[in-house]
Ligand binder design. Sequence first.
Ligand code: HEM
Length: 494
Amino acid sequence: MDLSQGLMLFFALLISCIILFSSIKLFWRRGDLPPGPTPLPLLGNALDVGGDIVHFLMKLSEKYGDIFTVYLGTRPVIVVTGYKLVKEIYLDKGDDYLNRGDMPAFDAFYKDSGIIFTANMKRWRDLRRFSLMTLRDFGFGKSSTEDRIHEEIRHLISALKDTKESFFDPRQCLSKSFYNIIFSIMFGNRYNYEDKEITTILTYIYQAFTTISSSWGQIYEMFPWLMRFIPGPHQKINKCFKNLTKYVDGRVKINQETLDPNNPRDYVDAFLIKMEKEKINPNSEFNMKNLLACTLQIFFAGVETMSTTTTYSLLILMKYPDVLAKVHKEIDQVIGQNRGPTLQDRNHMPYTEAMVHEMQRFTDLIPMGAPRRTTKEVTLKGYTLPKDINIYPMLTSVLKDPTCFKYPTEFNPENFLNEKGEFKKNDAFMPLAAGKRICLGESLVRMELFLFLVSILQNFDLKSSVPLKELDIAPIVSGLGNFPKPYKMAFIPR
Ligand code: HEM
């Protein structure tokens, strides 16, 4: 046997061993876990996913019920559907499922740092508590944030008027407003909409999010160890994150150079001051790595989610002119044209409030939720799940649970109205998840969505560039996020 034959034999044996090992591991682990489709060694159920993981998992729930196991590559994931069981994970037994599950596309950058993706519970707790407190100090949920939002809305309305009823894709313009609000909370200032920097950064954020949600992104999630080395569109994800990190790094340096410890101006200043205070504590989570990660993560989450939700909302309102007409009527009756909306108006605008809720339910922005991980061995619906196993709480199945909503698959604000036409809360309304790890931006989301949508509709009628029946409201990609297809529209002053 010559050297090349020997090497071939060696690699053949190695691959056989890996497959055998993976099969034994799969067989051994499957014994205790909820049932699900049979996985292949190494590939798991990857061949069945077919580019739309949300559809694939929801189809499986028809066969296996509200709890089942799938293998994303070699990684077992417990998929949980329906309000009753997802509520158990978020609320009834929340502490048992509080850790973050694997998100390989992000983990390459952030697994060990920041709030969203960290699987280190002490780090998560310290950074989340600090961030919530600091964001409150700088305005989350307070009237100062309402003022900030109003100021940004004034810029947006003026920019939309300048488009002079021409057709264009509204996403960039809307994104710039949300960018400015979160940017001013994190870094203390806003940008002009014409600024080139803001457009570049928004492009990185959008590209990263949509690529992760695409079928390439889904393959990356299943085989990160392999896909990292294979060329393809998914390579954009790392490039975008690198550029975003570099950008945030530069902005943090500006804060460092101009810091006055007695007069913090924004989130980054507050973090720098905390870092200085804790520098002798070897276990402190307040270091430069976590500062960069937290800032970038809050910023990234705050911009992309809001831009997509409002871009999607305008598209849906054009598709449902009867809903748009009712909202216009309520705005005219309650607010009129002589002043802008305030948050107090929500109490007197049940139809609009129902529409804003229905928008979040129907657009279903994060259909699979963010993966969680068990913090100890747990029992769920009679199954014993080991510590550290990944859980997918399928938010889409809660938001469209037929036992909780009258019109689960339709866009219909009646889902949030009672017989008297009053606004009606619904416990299954959890687009931001629920419990101790609920979306950190919760209060900002509520303020921004109402004020932005109402201000836009107070000022404009919406005109589609294509006939109503050609307006396609199905998402262009559906994975981590649901994204609308790009479209064009015109804003007609009222
Ligand atoms: C419509 C808009 C939004 C939606 C649908 C949304 C949805 C979510 C969801 C489903 C989670 C996962 C919670 C979990 O189960 O662990 C989450 C987490 C998070 N969101 Fe949002 N979000 C939105 C807006 C925002 C905004 C405006 C911000 C920032 C200001 C933000 C910051 C975060 C952060 C930092 C986390 C991580 C929380 C943690 O791990 O403790 N989000 N969001």
